[in-house]
Design a protein around this ligand. Structure first.
Ligand code: NAD
Ligand code: TDX
Length: 331
C-alpha cells in the first residue's frame, strides 16, 4: 500500500508515521508537510530512511494531484491546530484547514483514492461540567473558536464530497492527545517544559476546564482500525474515557516533579474557552473492536515527562519564541 500522510512532521502525524513504519512493513509512506512553525523534520529523523518526505503545501493543487495520483490512500493530518493562534490570526486556519482539505478532496475524487480525514471533538462545542451526556457521532456541530470552526467546515466538505461525488472517505473526531513530539505551545508540554525550566505551570482562568485525554498512540491505532475496517462515509469518534480537569493535570505534574501543589499561577483565560469535552466512543469500540491500551492517564503522563526530560534538544529551539507569544496575550 502506498500511503500519503499529510502533516506527518507534526505531533500526531509523526507518531502515526513511527507506528506505521514499525507495525506495517508493507506500507510505503510519503509525508507531505509544509514545515510550518509546528512541523519539525527532527520528529521524523528516527524513520527518515524508511519514508519519502515532500516539503510542500496541501493547498498546492498541482503537487497534491501528483502525489495523490501515486497513492492508494491518504490520511490527512495537516492543519493549523492551536486554538490560541486562531484567535490571534484566523487566516492560516481558513487557508490550510478549509482550502487544503478541498484541494485534497478534488485530487482523491479525480484519482478515486481512499481518504481518511482527521478531525477533532471540538467541532461539537462544549458541555456543562455536570452534563451526563457525552459527544456522539450524531451530536450537532457547534464550534466555538476559529480553529474548531475551520475543522467543522473541513468535515462538512468531506461529507459533501463523499455523498455527491462518491469519494471513498471516512472521518474521525478525536479528543485531546498527549505524548511525545507535541509542540510546547500545547497545555501538557508547555507545563512540563516550564517545570524543567524552573517556571511555574500556568492555568487559564480558574483551571476548571475538562479535557478528555487520550495517548497519541491509541488515537493512531484507532485511525488504522478505521482505515482497515471503517465503513465508507462514516464518522467515528475516538476517545479513551480520559476526562480530567486542567487543575488536576497540573497537580499531577507538580507531584511528579516533587513540587508543592500550590506552585502554579492562574493567567488570563482564553476568550470563548470551551468548558468540557467528553467522547462516547461506543461505535468505534463495538463496530470495529478498537480499545485504548493506555488506561491510566497518570502512567502515560509520567512517560511523557520522561520523554521531554530526555529530548530537550527536540523542544528547546521552539520554547522561548512560544513563551514570548504567550507573554503578549498575558498567558
Ligand atoms: P500539529 O500542529 O502538531 O501539526 C500540524 C502539521 O501540519 C505540522 O507538521 C505542519 O507543518 C503541517 N502543516 C500545517 N499547515 C500545512 C500546510 N498548509 N500544508 C502542509 N502541511 C501543513 O498538529 P497535531 O496536533 O499533530 O494535529 C494533527 C491533526 O489532528 C489536525 O488535523 C488536528 O486538527 C487533529 N487533532 C488534533 C488533536 C490534538 O489533541 N492535538 C486532537 C484531535 C484532532
Ligand atoms: O498554558 C496553558 N494553560 C491552560 O490552562 C495552555 C496552553 C492551555 N491551557 C488550557 C486550555 C484548555 O482548556 O488547557 C486545555 C488544553 O489546551 P490546549 O493544549 O491548547 O488544547 P485544546 O484547546 O483543548 O485543543 C487541543 O485538543 C483538540 C488541540 O490543540 C486541538 O488541535 C485539538 O483539536
Amino acid at each position: 500500500m502506498r500511503l500519503l500522510v499529510t502533516g506527518g512532521a507534526g505531533f500526531i502525524g509523526a507518531n502515526f508515521v513511527h507506528q506505521t513504519v514499525a507495525d506495517r512493513p508493507d506500507v510505503q509512506v510519503t509525508v507531505l508537510d509544509a514545515l510550518t512553525y509546528a512541523g519539525n523534520r527532527a520528529s521524523l529523523a528516527p524513520v527518515a530512511d524508511r519514508i519519502d518526505f515532500v516539503h510542500g503545501d496541501v493547498t498546492d493543487a498541482a503537487l497534491v494531484d501528483r502525489l495523490v495520483a501515486g497513492s492508494d490512500a491518504v490520511v490527512h493530518f495537516a492543519a493549523e491546530s492551536h486554538n490560541d493562534n486562531s484567535l490571534t490570526d484566523p487566516w492560516p486556519f481558513v487557508h490550510t484547514n478549509i482550502v487544503g482539505t478541498v484541494t485534497l478532496l478534488q485530487a482523491v475524487r479525480a484519482h478515486d483514492v481512499r481518504y481518511h480525514h482527521i478531525s477533532t471533538d471540538e467541532v461539537y462545542g462544549d458541555l456543562a461540567l455536570d452534563d451526563p451526556d457525552r459527544f456522539t457521532e450524531t451530536t450537532a456541530y457547534n464550534p466555538s473558536s476559529p480553529y474548531s470552526a475551520s475543522k467543522a467546515s473541513s468535515d462538512m466538505l468531506v461529507r459533501a464530497w463523499a455523498r455527491s461525488y462518491g469519494v471513498r472517505a471516512t472521518l474521525s473526531n478525536c479528543s485531546n492527545n498527549y505524548g511525545p513530539y507535541q509542540h510546547v505551545e500545547k497545555f501538557i508540554p508547555r507545563q512540563i517544559t516550564n517545570l524543567l525550566d524552573g517556571v511555574r505551570p500556568k492555568l487559564y482562568g480558574q483551571g476548571r476546564n475538562v479535557r478528555d485525554w487520550i495517548h497519541v498512540d491509541d488515537h493512531n491505532r484507532a485511525v488504522w482500525t478505521i482505515l482497515d475496517r471503517g465503513r465508507l462515509g462514516q464518522t467515528y469518534l475516538i476517545g479513551a474515557d480520559g476526562e480530567v480537569d486542567n487543575r488536576t493535570v497540573v497537580a499531577m505534574l507538580l507531584e511528579i516533579f516533587g513540587h508543592d501543589p500550590q506552585d502554579f499561577d492562574f493567567v488570563a483565560d482564553r476568550p470563548g474557552h470551551d468548558l468540557r469535552y467528553a467522547i462516547d466512543s461506543t461505535l468505534l469500540r463495538t463496530e470495529l473492536g478498537w480499545q485504548p491500551t493506555y488506561r491510566d492517564f497518570r502512567t502515560g503522563l509520567e512517560a511523557t515527562v520522561a520523554w521531554y526530560r530526555d529530548h530537550e534538544h527536540w523542544w528547546r529551539p521552539t520554547k522561548s519564541a512560544t513563551e514570548a507569544g504567550y507573554a503578549r496575550t498575558g498567558q
